[in-house]
Design a protein. Structure first.
Lengths: 266, 217
């Protein structure tokens, strides 16, 4: 498989999505979901990524307590008033009313993770009410097969702390059938390691679902982004630290991917 | 005063459209309208839509705004966006839904051997995902005031599973490619309508909204 196998009458570009982990009004970045460090002001970062040509932005509210959950609403409002690209917001979404509040604040898509596992019908209800286009199901998966066994991944919830025993590929398929318009797939094994996406996981899920898959977790080099699309068949690639800390700009990433034959919006 | 009514019949994210219009045209009076008289009194009208077609048509009919939208379509600059574009056609495959019939034609789903579906599975060739989601090029089929300052083949942001198929090919003002070449912008007289989301298409989208605010068909 190479990018040239994609039908010529398809000019849809692959997306680069910087991810902003937000808590207490600031963007932070951790390793394997812990050891958080400050990475800056969300509106300022969002504006910079928009100017650089980011295709979308994802905000994950990693606030630990629900008391402070609504702190993200004014941030989303502020970003949505000056950045006119799609905004996805996730973290702590538990009911249809949470989705409504985030959409009203200016989110275009809302990502649901733990609550989808606790109550899959929530995804159905949300997609029925708001439309599949704004419902993203986020999946945190960890490889549970031993070396030499056929690859198998399980989903984890609550920021990766809680095992569920649910097969990740089957879960993705079920969520798409329940109306998820997109799957945000994070490899817990790779998140924060800079070792690259779990490409076998990405490919397995991308081939299993009819909806777009966003690959996430592990980007350390530009090559990883291209691999996520070419080898993992992801529709979009999500990364945080390589952009936040200025290791690479969005244009550098896009130009690299375009040189690999991937259709990009330059 | 240039008054722009955004039709709010209860479906979709009208706030995004309003935010983008306000950024593109700070000099205009942008209003989210839930009453027919406000739509009738506006100098131009934006007709957005998002979500499932049966729900959009049902809520439009129940909102009491259907006739006001049809009056606007006959009399003043009207911009349809996403499902707002699709609703202007005769009929949608989505839920077998009769639409407004301002334009003759059907709304079709992306389907066939090249597209991914719940049952399709392949290792060899990558299938096209549905919804068609992301930035795609828009080819200008003809000159139009709403394309002013926007280069041919500029990328716009799309998210949809259905697309319009006008009976009259002359309606098409823009084309995009996703497995098929499909109409993504239509224009006739005082009406312009697009499948993509100008409010989420960065500078090009803001320019299209600016052009609409300045348009005198």
């Amino acid at each position: 498989m190479s990018a040239s196998d994609i039908p010529m009458n398809n000019t849809l570009t692959r997306r680069i999505i910087p991810c902003l982990d937000v808590t207490a009004g600031r963007v932070v970045k951790g390793v394997n979901f812990v050891d958080l460090v400050d990475a800056g002001d969300p509106v300022e970062i969002a504006r910079r990524y928009n100017e650089q040509g980011a295709d979308e932005l994802t905000f994950l509210d990693i606030t630990a307590t629900s008391d402070n959950r609504d702190l993200i609403l004014p941030i989303i409002e502020a970003v949505a008033s000056e950045v006119f690209i799609p905004l996805t917001v996730g973290g702590g979404v538990r009911q249809v009313a949470d989705i409504q509040r985030l959409l009203n604040a200016g989110a275009d898509k809302v990502s649901i993770n733990s609550a989808a596992v606790a109550n899959p019908e929530l995804v159905k209800a949300a997609a029925d009410y708001h439309g599949s286009q704004c419902i993203v199901v986020a999946i945190d998966a960890r490889r549970t097969s031993e070396a030499g066994e056929p690859a198998r991944w399980e989903i984890f919830t609550h920021g990766g702390r809680k095992a569920t025993g649910i097969d990740a590929v089957e879960w993705a398929r079920k969520m798409a059938s329940y109306g998820a318009g997109e799957i945000l797939l994070t490899s817990m094994d790779r998140d924060g390691t800079k070792a690259g996406f779990d490409l076998a996981l990405t490919r397995a899920v991308s081939d299993a679902v009819p909806v777009p898959v966003i690959a996430s977790g592990g980007v350390g080099k530009l090559e990883h982004l291209a691999d996520g699309v070419i080898k993992g068949r992801a529709s979009a690639v999500l990364a945080a630290s390589i952009f936040h800390y200025g290791e690479f700009t969005i244009p550098q990433a896009k130009e690299y991917m375009a040189r690999k034959g991937i259709n990009m919006r330059l | 005063m240039n008054t722009i009514a955004i039709v709010d019949y209860g479906m979709g994210n009208f706030h995004s459209v309003a935010r983008a219009l306000r950024a593109a045209a700070p000099d205009a009076d942008i209003r989210i309208c839930r009453e027919a008289s406000h739509i009738d009194n506006a100098s131009r009208v934006v007709f957005p839509g998002q979500g499932a077609m049966p729900d959009c048509m049902r809520t439009l009919n129940e909102s009491g705004l259907r006739e006001a939208v049809l009056r606007a379509a006959r009399s003043k600059p009207l911009l349809g966006v996403c499902v707002g574009e699709q609703m202007l056609f005769s009929h949608s495959e989505e839920g077998d839904t009769p639409c407004l019939d301002v334009f003759q034609g059907r709304v079709r789903r992306f389907s066939g051997p090249g597209y991914a579906s719940a049952s399709a599975h392949t290792d060899d060739t990558e299938l096209l995902k549905v919804p068609h989601m992301g930035w795609n090029r828009v080819k200008h089929v003809r000159h139009h005031a709403l394309w002013d300052g926007i280069a041919d083949n500029t990328h716009f942001y799309f998210v949809h599973s259905y697309y319009v198929q006008p009976s009259d090919p002359a309606l098409t003002a823009g084309l995009a490619h996703y497995g098929v070449s499909f109409t993504c912008a239509v224009a006739r007289d005082n009406i312009f309508a697009v499948q993509f989301h100008p409010e989420k298409s960065a500078d090009a989208g803001l320019r299209l909204y600016r052009n609409f605010v300045d348009w005198n068909p």
